[in-house]
Design a protein around this ligand. Structure first.
Ligand code: HEC
Ligand code: HEC
Length: 470
């Protein structure tokens, strides 16, 4: 029986038997037919008449334990007054240069805290969601807007992990020393509390590429001055003074900094976007009936294939960075001028081994959060999963017709470089169609029913009185 991690790691071709219980046993077949049934194991298991649901349940539990898939840690307590403040700040356009874009313009409740687009349109755009259009100097943002779920359990944020907190509590962010100890002391939820400091600094995302105001006038490197200017704006709105002073009792508004604001946004996200009541979570907690038989079969595949080597731990992410051979289009997050490429983790570390590597995506609520991939390469979840089969061929034959027409023509030819850096775990991986179906079905067991409709989180009004996207 060959379910050990080592055994799986060294197998070249992924192959799945079709008999009920052995549904997801990986065979090392030396590399010929990826679809032939694994007669020996199938026969011995079926012979032992284990083709019952109960056996499948036991198998999935054993595999999950073996692969280190564990429950989410409990969410930290959030003071209601802190979440209240963060809720308003997340929807309020007052923190953007031209008061025209909020955090939640790109992380819309209606689109499961993404925006339903491959790539967002930043400050200056008109409308929201898939209907948003370029206007007034607006730019296309180089990466897909990821969902904001279970952030407290994620040590490295952004798709290249550039905002991170180490186990020893130290922060690594693009702000370097401008993120002062007076600010880090305020951060109660780790990287999630620090992350919100960055979108308002970016001209493309929030500060505004054009326009003349207290935020756009400041130089791009003046992080502290920009944060201070936003706090002055907020301080002119009496309702915010009141909300801040309730969220941080005992500290007068004038002694607060912008980290107090982003920490509050994280408090809002943690208290409202912790999704740990999926069928899979109920299964892990001991409910044998939480998953349908098809979902159990899919789980067995996911846990015995290489998927769960990277998608592991409490969030289904190893919090590491890998190149999974995705196409590149849009403006790119290049470190070189006029290069519309995205080098991923390499932008942060400068290590050649990090070229084209992106953080392993967490998978809870994945069914709801398309388009998928760091540039929103795939509209449909099944298509993303299918891409793992012969991913080199899949990349070379990628069909860009599925992306936003705005992005047609921006697909770049970096295929050889991306494949040269592809994670070696994907070498030779071939996945039969029926297994792709099964894996896709398993993903539906990762949906918390409370995440299906988040429109309850849209406020009636925000303290600045500005209109907002809903
Ligand atoms: C213009 C669209 C846009 C706006 C506005 C915006 N975001 Fe994002 N957000 C993104 C994109 C795109 C990424 C991924 C960027 C990357 O990885 O480089 C992201 C990433 C994040 C992440 C990291 C998620 C993860 O999985 O690592 C968090 C948290 C987040 N945003 C919260 C916020 C907050 C809070 C605000 C407001 C202060 C905000 N965003 C404003 C588009 C936006
Ligand atoms: C080598 C590590 C690795 C393996 C093996 C792997 N993944 Fe991934 N997965 C990643 C990384 C890294 C990303 C993000 C890639 C990007 O956006 O550039 C990702 C993204 C995804 C996404 C899209 C998430 C999103 O929000 O856009 C899904 C779905 C997914 N993987 C499922 C699977 C399944 C199913 C398997 C097994 C067939 C699998 N993965 C195997 C590392 C891996």
């Amino acid at each position: 029986m060959n379910w050990t991690t080592d055994g799986v790691l060294t197998r070249r071709i992924i192959q799945v038997a079709t008999v009920a219980v052995a549904a997801a046993t990986i065979q090392g077949c030396g590399g010929d037919s990826p679809t032939a049934p694994s007669s020996a194991i199938a026969a011995s298991r079926a012979g032992a008449s284990l083709s019952t649901r109960h056996a499948l349940v036991e198998q999935v539990r054993a595999l999950a334990a073996q692969r280190g898939i564990v429950p989410l840690p409990p969410a930290p307590y959030v003071r209601p007054a802190l979440a209240r403040l963060g809720h308003d700040l997340a929807f309020d356009k007052v923190i953007s240069g031209n008061r025209d874009i909020a955090c939640m313009t790109c992380h819309l409740p209606e689109y499961a805290t993404g925006d339903g687009r491959s790539l967002p349109i930043g400050a200056g755009g008109r409308g929201f969601g898939p209907a948003r259009t370029l206007a007034r100097g607006a730019a296309i943002i180089p990466r897909n807007a990821p969902p904001l779920f279970n952030l407290y359990a994620m040590p490295a944020l952004f798709l290249d992990g550039r905002v991170a907190r180490d186990a020893d509590g130290s922060y690594h962010t693009p702000a370097g020393a401008q993120l002062t100890p007076a600010m880090t002391r305020v951060l109660e939820f780790g990287a999630a509390s620090a992350q919100g400091l960055f979108p308002p600094l970016s001209r493309a995302e929030m500060r505004g590429p054009v326009g003349d105001n207290d935020l756009t006038r400041l130089p791009d490197t003046a992080d502290q001055a920009i944060w201070a200017a936003i706090m002055r704006r907020l301080g002119r709105i009496p309702r915010y003074r009141e909300l801040f002073e309730r969220a941080y009792p005992g500290t007068p508004f004038n002694r607060l900094n912008f980290a107090h604001a982003t920490n509050a946004i994280a408090g809002f996200l943690v208290s409202n976007m912790t999704f740990d009541r999926t069928p899979w979570d109920r299964f892990l907690a001991g409910d044998d009936n939480a998953l349908s038989t098809d979902q159990l079969r899919g789980a067995a595949s996911f846990l015995s294939l290489k998927c769960s080597i990277c998608h592991t731990g409490s969030t289904f992410s190893d919090n590491k960075f890998h190149d999974v051979a995705l196409a590149q289009f849009g403006p790119g997050e290049g470190v070189l001028p006029n290069v519309h490429d995205d080098f991923g983790r390499y932008n942060v570390t400068g290590k050649p081994s990090d070229l084209y590597a992106f953080r392993t995506s967490p998978l809870r609520n994945i069914e709801l959060t398309g388009p998928y991939g760091h540039a929103g390469e795939f509209k449909k979840l099944r298509d993303f999963i299918a891409h793992y089969s012969n991913s080199d061929v899949a990349l070379r034959t990628y069909n860009p017709q599925q992306i936003d027409p705005l992005l047609f023509g921006t697909l770049i030819d970096n295929t050889d470089a991306v494949l040269a850096a592809r994670d070696t775990l994907l070498n030779g991986v071939v996945i039969p169609d029926s297994t792709i179906d099964r894996l896709t079905t398993y993903m539906t067991a990762l949906t918390d029913p409370r995440a299906r409709d988040l429109r309850r989180l849209v406020p009636d009004r925000v303290p600045s009185g500005l209109p907002f996207d809903r």
